[in-house]
Design a protein around this ligand. Structure first.
Ligand code: F0G
Length: 461
């Protein structure tokens, strides 16, 4: 017997109220938020798919761990548990706790970056790119060619292109490549997985040229699911062992614990090299906190240690990946252009294909994000020309390679009926795409503009 229904492998012990709003209320909220869902109040959101980061529901075991949290300033038992969990998983002896992933990025990338340096990645996440560029260095994305075709099926669409990597190393000189950063899964590239084979190739190239190889590992458990089920030779390897094998290929890793450590706050940098760890640790103490807590309280560290175990449970990972796939495949059946196959933590919609009449400098992704909120109170995020667009010298928009909208699924938070509601919303949305107009930006900051930019709807010509 094979059941079609994906049952959530947990029971709900405590619930959080969702306020049901009307369309006219939502239009008002949207206007007040300058058509940027990041500026909405969460009380006004019915299904929040803005991010899977820090939005997980913790287990009763994690909450129990929170009470056990040791809040000692130095050498807390909760720190020792977290440190050991990370050492066992990553094989890296030096672990630096931080309050979240970007703090770990800042520690490392400002040490090794700076003017004249380049970083190469399958795709840099936005905070990764911002930390690198903020240091004066250049961030270059080299995803495989298949990654830029949303509809094309490929088992490991998140891979880094090794040929392009070699070209860039030759072009800039290995001494100027500060690091190669492999993002698993490849969040900005559609949440797509990276194969072990690809990680091995990248690792070999880095070793040969003496370049630091860093894993951005915040969704390493989800990536392990794809390796086990799609890459020959891993059928009998556990998810955890797969992750351990991938970590073993790298010189270190950065992890936002807000994803696959199933917690609401936390992160770390783990390294094999003592000198580099010492340099980063100095800045850690100046900016985050003492080296045995970073920016974390003892209870956070306890919950991370437990979450890093729970996330590799086969029933959890099966439910996690299959429920994302359920959303993706239902949208595909409705004819919504999505990035296929489904990623691990999110479904990415090709807003450019959905709104062919909206010019790219009127941000079709932002249009879809606002429409989903207006119709159903669903909040999600544009990953396209608002997030990654640049301007040429004449001030004209250079659009991002794709205009995607991301429906990120918080871990263990929503049930299948919430997801069915999202699917139904798309059924309504597809019936009226022609009615919608584009946006112009009325305010934007110099960095990471998507968080605080303001928009105004354009009137139809
Ligand atoms: N790397 C990747 C691949 C990420 O997805 C994120 C965060 C970070 C680094 C930074 O971690 O938020 O803990 O500082 N991604 C979130 C998202 C924000 O919505 O995808 P952080």
């Amino acid at each position: 017997m094979t059941f079609k229904t994906i049952i959530e492998p947990f029971r709900i012990k405590s619930v959080e109220k969702i306020r049901i709003t009307t369309e006219s209320e939502r239009l008002d909220y949207l206007k007040k938020a300058h058509y940027n869902p990041f500026l909405l109040h969460s009380d006004h959101v019915m299904v929040d798919l803005l991010t899977d980061s820090g939005t997980s529901a913790m287990s009763s075991a994690q909450w129990a761990g929170m009470l056990r949290g040791d809040e000692s300033y130095a050498g807390a038992s909760s720190w020792l548990r977290m440190e050991k969990a990370i050492q066992d998983l990553t094989g890296c002896p030096y672990v630096l706790p931080t309050h979240q992933g970007r703090a770990a990025e800042h520690l490392l990338y400002t040490r090794i970056g700076g003017a004249g340096k380049v970083f190469i990645s399958n795709t840099h996440f936005d905070t990764t790119r911002a930390n690198i560029e903020f240091s004066g260095a250049t961030a270059i994305d080299c995803p495989i060619r298949e990654n830029s075709d949303p509809a094309l099926l490929h088992p490991f669409k998140g891979n880094l292109d090794p040929v392009k990597l070699l070209e860039k190393i030759e072009k800039y000189g290995p001494e100027n490549v500060a690091a190669v950063v492999l993002t698993v899964t490849n969040n900005s590239g559609g949440g797509q997985p990276v194969s072990m084979e690809n990680a091995r190739q990248v690792s070999e190239i880095c070793k040969k040229h003496g370049i630091l190889f860093i894993l951005d590992a915040c969704r390493i458990a989800e990536n392990a699911w794809f390796v086990k089920h799609r890459e020959p030779g891993f059928e009998n390897t556990t998810y955890r062992e797969i992750a351990q094998q991938m970590f073993a290929l790298a010189d270190g890793c950065i992890m936002s614990a807000k994803k696959d450590a199933l917690v609401n706050m936390g992160g770390f940098l783990a390294l094999r090299d003592l000198d580099l760890a010492v340099q980063c640790r100095t800045v850690l103490i100046i900016t985050e906190g003492y080296s045995t807590y970073g920016g974390l309280s003892g209870r956070d560290m306890e919950a991370i240690a437990i979450g890093l175990e729970e996330v590799f449970e086969p029933d959890y990972l099966h439910y996690r990946i299959k429920s994302t796939e359920y959303l993706a495949e239902n949208l595909h059946t409705l004819g919504i252009p999505i990035m296929r196959p489904a990623g691990g933590h999110a479904v990415y919609i090709d807003a450019r294909a959905f709104y062919p009449d909206i010019p790219l400098d009127q941000y079709p992704g932002q249009v879809m994000v606002c429409e989903l909120y207006r119709l159903a109170g669903i909040r999600c995020c544009e990953i396209g020309s608002v997030m990654f667009g640049k301007y040429d010298e004449a001030g004209k928009l250079i659009p991002a390679p794709m205009d995607l909208v991301r429906l990120a699924i918080p871990r263990r938070v929503y049930t299948q009926s919430h997801i069915d509601y999202v699917i139904e919303t798309f059924d309504f949305l597809r019936q009226e795409p022609g009615k919608t107009t584009g946006f112009k930006i009325t305010y934007e900051p110099p960095f990471l503009r998507h968080f605080t930019a303001r928009f105004e709807p354009l009137t139809k010509q």
